[in-house]
Design a protein around this ligand. Structure first.
Ligand code: HEM
Length: 525
């Protein structure tokens, strides 16, 4: 029989062995950058270089911005997300080469394993390689200028609801969290243009879709951990079938999107509303969305569909597209709007100039804020762009190396599977490209100044073949909401308005940590 001391010694040896094995497992890739002669940030076992994110000390986007800022003149640096090697790129020319010229070596985004579960796997975020390309080609015609213009009437009705909403705020005399108000407006707007569901989030706390969305977009520690886990393949999460889209939201969309679709199909009224659901039904019935001369496509909408891997737009594939415009367009646009309103409150002169331009434009258009009227307000466009410059809501860009790649001008060879990341927040607040980057200055985006911005230094919607498909919709929806508010109300900072915006620790987007409380007064006509 083993004596107690021998038993204890065996136990200690087993524990030490297990600890050693775990250490070896979690650090097994840590020689990756050293072997290639790439300078790298010293990683910690398990966390790699994500310690501050995992301990909830800094948001992910700020960690990458800090790496960018501390790098001085280095073009790139090696990092590890857990044990996954990441080439963090600061050099704009190299990033441009990766996402544009050599994009065939970087076809996929930088995180995906978990996205293979549930409806996420059928979206532009979840698909990869050939399937992604085919889906993108099929969906792109839905986002041309001509199609987005048709969404305008639907969006206008939702923006008009702001008028009643803020009248109540003015009457109450209390500050209003515009981050919350903008999120509600954006949700109502996306639900109507996306899939023909009339929601009332702006006025009704119990709106069912808004309640479900709050569960994903109210960021929490667990949300951060699951999001970060998408960087690596965690077998346990697969085994548990952890999905990025909660089941109740999937069920809600399945039920409501198909109820709206079936109703149109039974009445033969598909195509009448001109919304995204109509376009998806066109894709389902005809295999493609027609591109017309007035679509003003300057992107990939006219590219020939790749028929070798047909995607049939039916069942959950259709529901997934509705989900993706909701997920991609909801928080991005509303957060940008709330930062714009914050800056307008803090910069009264800019706010007044915008109001004057909006009022003059309305006069020229019979007192109506038509699509053409809105688009002609240059200053609004400049304000929206400057907001996206200072607060790029998605603060980083990510790609996966999909084919062995030699970094141009070096002997460094990246293997398939290595990530490449850059920091949009770092670039867009770099004084080298934007002098006095903390100053909110819409003039940076005047016609004369805009053309002096070096290419790829302003990329809040990304670059290359993965560039945001919803850019035009984001601008339109955001500008329309801001125009409605500024025409009717003055926004002012109040005692609880932060002097400097702090970012939410639990979000991958740079969203305001404590909301955006502002005071409202009515503009007298
Ligand atoms: C202000 C609003 C928005 C911002 C700042 C924004 C930003 C971005 C960024 C940075 C990317 C990554 C691009 C890249 O990797 O190169 C992206 C991708 C994407 N966005 Fe947006 N977005 C906005 C609104 C929207 C809207 C309204 C929609 C939907 C209609 C949308 C749909 C998408 C989709 C589907 C992708 C993935 C594209 C792909 O990988 O093929 N976005 N967006």
């Amino acid at each position: 029989m083993m004596s107690l001391s021998t038993g204890a010694a065996v136990l200690v040896a087993l524990l030490v062995g297990a600890a050693g094995a775990l250490y070896a497992y979690f650090t097994r890739h840590f020689g990756y950058w050293r072997r290639r002669g790439v300078p790298y940030l010293r990683p910690l076992p398990v966390a790699g270089n994500l310690k501050d994110v995992l301990l909830f000390r800094k948001p992910f986007g700020v960690v990458l911005r800090d790496v960018y800022t501390q790098m001085k003149d280095q073009p790139y640096v090696g990092m590890f997300f857990f044990d996954q090697p990441v080439l963090f790129v600061k050099d704009i020319e190299l990033w441009k080469t990766i996402v544009i010229k050599d994009c065939d070596h970087f076809e996929d985004r930088g995180f995906a394993p978990l996205q293979s579960v549930g409806i996420f796997s059928e979206t532009l975020f979840g698909t990869k390689g050939k399937k992604w390309k085919q889906l993108r080609t099929k969906l792109s015609p839905a986002f041309t200028l001509g199609k987005i213009r048709k969404f305008y009437i639907l969006l206008e009705q939702k923006a008009a609801n702001f008028d009643h909403y803020f009248d109540d705020v003015v009457k109450s005399g209390a500050p209003c969290d515009v981050a919350n108000a903008c999120a509600r407006y954006t949700m109502d707007a996306i639900a109507t243009v996306g899939f023909g569901i009339e929601t009332t989030a702006l006025t009704d706390d119990n709106d069912p879709l808004h309640r479900l969305l709050r569960k994903i977009f109210v960021y929490s520690k667990i949300f951060t951990l699951v999001s970060v886990a998408t960087f690596v393949d965690v077998p346990l999460l697969h085994l548990l079938k952890v999905s990025l889209v909660p089941a109740p939201l999937t069920d809600f969309l399945r039920h409501n999107v198909w109820a709206a679709a079936r109703e149109r199909l039974s009445r033969g009224s598909q195509g009448e509303r001109g919304d995204f659901l109509d376009l998806l039904l066109e894709l389902r019935d005809k295999g493609r969305i027609a591109v017309h001369d007035d679509d003003d496509d300057d992107g990939d909408a006219k590219a020939a569909p790749d028929t070798s891997a047909a995607i049939y737009m039916d069942g959950d594939v259709l529901v997934a597209q509705a989900f993706s415009i909701l997920a991609a367009g909801f928080d991005t646009t509303s957060t940008t709007m709330s930062y714009a309103l914050y800056e307008l409150a803090m910069n009264e002169d800019i706010q007044e100039q915008l109001r004057t331009q909006l009022q003059e434009t309305m006069q020229k258009h019979d007192g109506k804020l038509t699509y053409e009227a809105l688009q002609s307000v240059d200053y609004l466009d400049m304000i929206f762009s400057e907001t996206l410059r200072k607060y790029p809501v998605l603060p980083f860009l990510d790609r996966t190396c999909t084919k062995t790649y030699r970094v141009p001008g070096t002997d460094i060879v990246l293997d398939k599977g290595v990530f490449a990341f850059t920091s949009i927040l770092g670039i867009q607040r770099d004084p080298q490209y934007f002098p006095e980057p903390e100053r909110f200055d819409p003039e940076r985006f005047s016609d004369a100044n805009r053309r002096n911005i070096p290419s790829c230094c302003f990329m809040p919607f990304g670059e290359g073949p993965h560039k945001c498909v919803g850019l035009r919709l984001g601008y339109l929806q955001g500008k329309l909401g801001i125009a409605h508010i500024i025409l009717n109300y003055r926004v002012h900072p109040c005692a609880s308005t932060p002097a400097k915006m702090e970012f939410n620790l639990h979000s991958f987007l740079i969203s305001p940590r404590d909301g955006v409380p502002l005071k409202f007064t009515r503009v007298t006509k």
